[in-house]
Design a protein around this ligand. Sequence first.
Ligand code: ZN
Length: 459
Amino acid sequence: MAADRRIVIENCSIATVDAHDTEYPSGYVVIAGNRIESLGAGRAPEGLENVDRRIDATGHLVTPGLVNTHHHYYQWITRGLATDHNLFNWLVALYPTWARIDEQMVYAAAQGSLAMMARGGVTTAMDHHYVFPAGSGDLSGAIIRAARETGVRFTLARGSMDRSEKDGGLPPDFAVETLEGALAATEATVKEHHDSSFGAMTQVAVAPCSPFSVSTELLREGAELARRLGVRLHTHGSETVEEEQFCKELFGMGPTDYFESTGWLGEDVWMAHCVHMNDSDIAAFARTKTGVAHCPSSNARLAAGIARVPDMLAAGVPVGLGVDGTASNESGELHTELRNALLINRLGAHREAALNARQALRLGTYGGAQVLGRAAETGSLEAGKLADLVLWKLDTLAHASIADPVTALVFGAAAPVTASFVNGRQIVENSRLLQVDEDAIARSTREQARRLARIAAQG
Ligand SMILES: [Zn+2]
């Protein structure tokens, strides 16, 4: 949309998730081009010019678009498998299948993953892709193409693995890259696709998979590469007790100390899970401003444990929410993670004081933008920031009897999305995607899931 064209949204509740948690029981938002021009209580200012559209959002809550901070799109075509396993057994069960993916499968899986998130209010997405079997095609290009077509803002965390079975790792030998190959391909992906400008739609991060699937050299040189190129770093950390034991046996220290020794703590780093952290680990994350992608459903699905989110927030650690790969969170939705984060953390040490509805909404919006390094651009509704926002319909059977809209959104059923805007462009209308054909995507994901199962069965 041209910078002087406007969309006016009125008569809605607004949760801005700004620094003061400003809310308006009835207010307006004016979008101009790809930015939020103004917002506030009451009706929009009189006399606005070039208004292309006026939306009467009575019965709706407007929030910043949701930000997903951890995912593995390729897993969309291996959902519902190894359903009663812990992380290591689940990985061992699925790696032989994952090692057979190709560009066609990854493209369909990315479309499915993105579509599911976008129709549930995600406006900024990411994919941590780390399985690059030799000869499988341009997987990074396919994922980025799917994100562009869906219309979301996107970070590709270009993953890698170089520690396979022969080196004491979990992935099969043919599913991993060499150290040099992984670094060179990651650098090429950053140079081809990363946009560092304000409002960028595509960014790339350097993202070796995890301590137990990559060499110490890949971690260390990956961190150096990211800093030389000026991009962010992402990996899995402290997910399970087994990982902690693995690090202690192999490196003589726990995961956080190991990450610190390889250059992996810093404000340009975010890590998925961080379930098994002691007080000094949390203090190290807080001191270095290392971010966390909290994935409550995946942690429950794989019986990993409960991350100490209240303690992290109290210490000043940036925390966002993640769906995680859909082989360990079959729903693939982020809006339901607001609720799951709140409920699961209340089962931990802080009980009912663990998280409230506003904190859960903040994790899924501003917190996510922080860990992706985009908080100056998106994650809260403020004049001058990007027009990434969602209109949640809260006046139907599911929510109408709950007075407080943020409570309705977080505690209630997954709310329908009447409209979702990214960069001022609408990508969802009445829970249907506008830029892509959801039914065609459903068909192609089913076809590719069957194709992968057939190829994997042949061995
Ligand atoms: Zn993950």
